[in-house]
Design a protein around this ligand. Structure first.
Ligand SMILES: *Cc1c(COP(=O)(O)O)cnc(C)c1O
Length: 223
């Protein structure tokens, strides 16, 4: 596989030329521990995993000063296994998950509320018009801090469709931030993956989640 460092530098430079201050999450779900270590040595400080097993496997082997992002669907029964080990959750997509986090978290957890902007049945998350009400209903949940919104663009080659999805998320994020809810500063926008991170950055992403284009995919990496 190609070395990560030059790829990371190229992606970082490209993103910086569009917008400063965007944080890059290396999604390591398709690579093993050695490749994840290489990412850390290349200077990457944010790592993303989408399954409890993958996260715990990496955490047990890697002791580094990095931030761990849980980016995938989280089953309620798995909350207790991961919630006190992560720095950010990108997939707060239902009230039952919020309740379980409130029950299990020892410290407030930085959460992104997932929004299904494209309204695909296969995607989880709130419809845009439901999102503010859901966030308001979290006021009494002292273990949840809503730091921002997250979405996934549809899988299409049509850039204007993708751009519209990101524009919608950004305007919703700004509108919720303007409410100045103490439990929901909502200053962050988690959007953009390998195929669409440039568009996401142009439309105001503050975190991008890049897997294959940055660290690659190892078929033999089971977790
Ligand atoms: C896998 C995944 C990514 C990264 O996908 P790539 O296309 O490999 O960059 C980003 N976000 C989520 C939620 C994912 O599951």
């Amino acid at each position: 596989m190609e070395a990560i460092k030059p790829i990371y530098e190229e992606i970082e430079n490209e993103i910086n030329s569009l917008q400063h201050g965007v944080k890059i999450i290396a999604v390591t779900k398709q690579v093993g521990i050695a490749r994840t270590q290489e990412a850390i040595e290349a200077g990457i400080r944010h790592l993303g995993e989408n399954r409890p097993e993958g996260l715990l496997n990496k955490l047990s082997a890697i002791d580094a000063n990095v931030e761990w992002h849980y980016i995938g669907n989280l089953q309620s029964r798995k909350v207790k296994d991961v919630i006190n080990k992560i720095d950010y959750l990108h997939s707060l997509d239902r009230m039952s998950l919020a309740k379980e986090i409130q029950k299990r978290a020892e410290q407030p957890v930085k959460c992104f509320v997932q929004v299904n902007v494209s309204r695909e049945e296969t995607k989880s998350g709130f419809a845009p018009e439901e999102t503010l009400d859901f966030i308001k209903s979290l006021e009494a949940f002292d273990k949840i801090q809503v730091v921002g919104l997250m979405t996934m663009a549809p899988n299409t080659d049509n850039d204007s469709v993708i751009r519209d999805v990101f524009k919608t998320l950004k305007s919703l994020q700004l509108r919720i931030a303007a409410e100045q809810l103490p439990h929901a500063p909502c200053n962050e926008c988690s959007m953009g993956m390998s195929n669409d991170y440039r568009i996401a950055v142009q439309e105001g992403a503050t975190f991008v989640r890049i897997g294959t284009a940055l660290v690659g995919a190892e078929s033999e990496a089971s977790e």
